[in-house]
Design a protein around this ligand. Structure first.
Ligand code: 2BA
Length: 109
């Protein structure tokens, strides 16, 4: 068994949830915040048999879009620090950031 952790953009999260539902794949949805943009994103935790991991990855890949996003870095007193200009910068976000972890034990009590 594997635990797939997938960080996706909020805009893709509902579509992905319905794809999981259609495929009868159990998933837990968490509201999360990206450390860089500090804006909301969505993290899914999906416990799945090894033989269905690729299917889950395919659904995530097909559902997640790449988008350009502007962010204004905070102005720091220390001008030597990175991201201290205060001018908006364009960053590419997504499609999805995915981790696949081995599961040692799985219990449902
Ligand atoms: P954020 O941390 O808000 O990052 C949003 C996007 O900003 C990233 O998109 C990336 O394109 C850019 N970015 C992040 N850190 C940067 C930096 N130091 N300098 C310049 N640009 C930077 P993605 O790579 O698609 O990541 C989307 C979200 O996935 C991230 O949101 C974060 O929540 C998560 N994530 C990405 N890499 C991760 C990792 N190694 N571990 C855990 N979570 C990760």
């Amino acid at each position: 068994m594997k635990l797939v952790i997938a960080i996706v953009q909020d805009k893709d999260a509902n579509r992905l949830r319905s794809e999981f539902n259609k495929a009868d794949i159990g998933a837990t949805r968490l509201s999360t915040t990206g450390g860089f943009l500090k804006s909301g994103n969505t993290t899914y935790m999906i416990g799945v048999d090894d033989k269905r991991v690729q299917e889950v990855l395919n659904l995530i890949q097909e559902t997640s879009r790449t988008r350009q996003q502007f962010m204004t870095p905070p102005v720091n007193i220390d001008a030597h620090m990175e991201n201290s200009s205060g001018y908006p910068v364009e960053v590419q976000v997504g499609g999805a950031t995915v981790f696949v972890l081995p599961v040692e034990q799985f219990h449902q009590f």
